[in-house]
Design a protein around this ligand. Structure first.
Ligand code: ZN
Length: 92
């Protein structure tokens, strides 16, 4: 009798598909540092204007939350933009 093959279900493609889907769902879409830095000036500009940058660019916000390098870059950018804004509009 060869009906009992206990290992077969482990290779069940349907099960594999379910597992892969589960893994894909638990891994959020993530930016690389390069991709984050490309969006960073727009993100900082929105923050400066009081716009919901986190909602508009959740992936950037997410990356900044986990990546110290990019966060430091972002804070430096924000400071630079603020300084620029004050220069342009000293009466504000
Ligand atoms: Zn980064």
């Amino acid at each position: 009798m060869k009906e009992d093959k206990p290992n077969q279900h482990l290779l069940n493609p349907q099960l594999m598909g379910q597992i892969l889907t589960k893994v894909a769902n638990t891994l959020p879409e993530e930016l690389t540092c390069d991709e984050c830095l490309q969006e960073l000036d727009r993100f900082a500009e929105m923050k400066l204007l009081g716009q919901p940058a986190e909602e508009a660019m959740p992936l950037v916000a997410q990356h900044l939350a986990v990546c110290r390098d990019c966060r430091e870059e972002f804070e430096a950018l924000l400071r630079a933009l603020r300084a620029l804004q004050e220069e342009e509009d000293p009466s504000a």
